[in-house]
Design a protein around this ligand. Sequence first.
Ligand code: T4K
Length: 369
Amino acid sequence: MKNSDKKILVTRSSIPPVDEYMEEIKEIWDSHWLTNFGSKHRELSEKLKSYLGVERIQLTVNGHLALEYALSALKLEGEVITTPFTFASTTHAIVRNGLIPVFCDVLPDTGTIDPSKIEDLITDRTCAIVPVHVYGNICDTEAIEDIAKRHNLKVIYDAAHAFGETYKGKGIGSFGDASIFSFHATKVYNTIEGGAVCFDDEEFGRALYGLINFGIRNAETVTGVGGNAKMNEFCAAMGLCNLRRVDDDIAKREKCAGRYRKRLEGTAGIRLNTVQKDVRTNYAYFPVFFDPKVFGKSRDEVKDALAGHDILARKYFYPLTSEFDCYKGVLDPGETPEAIKLASEVLTLPIYPDLSLEDIDRICDIILE
Ligand code: T4K
């Protein structure tokens, strides 16, 4: 197949050599222990705790339920300040807890919550802030912590995109009352499907454990009305394999991002994602923002031109969650002009460890033409 004939999708799951995975799951076969906190689950929990630099961790079946149950474990009521420039999961998790999302605008350079706009949205019903480290861009954790302390609010970070990142040398999962990660197939690090909640507080950990395991304390004692969101042994085994190569994957992603930057930086009408100070990033996404007035073509025209060559970039995140049909007339979309602008201009270009520099050049040639 010629290089120009192959389809390039926005991402491609990282997977280990099949023999490595078979070796890892052999123990599961031998023991017949498939789920419910088995040895792979325990081993992965320990390894991730250390890799992510967090005090405590609870692995989950996916990132969405990590967030939904983390919010639930905090027993919140009322309004939650969050942003609409995110994946459906963030807003849905808040709403599915019977909480009301109050949409705050984002910073134009990072797409993360604008701390200077939070306090105007606080009412006597506000109970928490759910900021999103969108694309792995780190929120202003210091400003958020200061606001949360002064107003006695909980902070739960949606760190779905931020696996392995650090801010000033500190694991990003260690900020706030809790941080959640996604280990979905499309993420920098995957366990096929999976996720985790990271936290410090032991009592919160007990409440969370109850929620992800039917409220069971022991075989004859059920102390809470929980659901089921445990990670199974096959996903944990995939996680153990992928953890061995995630640093290498991130290094390869860095090379891809560098090539895109080299080719696209400085082009009139194209803005690239901000490089943040004091952050070790994971190059999860490569968002590009097109200003149609200056660039001469809209984001949608660029997307269609790429699709004409079987290159399927994605509009993460358009539409804003506040504009979803299910929330029309139900939620107040708030005043979020910067988020609206980002959602109208963004195109996330393909990026994954084995994307070749030659393919990146081809993508850039099409954009620049
Ligand atoms: N919070 C935030 C901020 C999130 O972005 C997400 C998830 C969550 C919370 C919730 O975490 P999880 O519950 O998902 O763990 C994808 C992912 O399904 C989703 O995990 C992710 N965010 C979101 C941003 O992207 P889609 O609908 O765009 O996925 P899909 O199926 O179109 O796949 C995208 C591309 O990935 C494909 O074109 C090819 C590649 N791919 C996909 C799959 C399923 C693979 O290479 N292998 C695969 O197995 O949502």
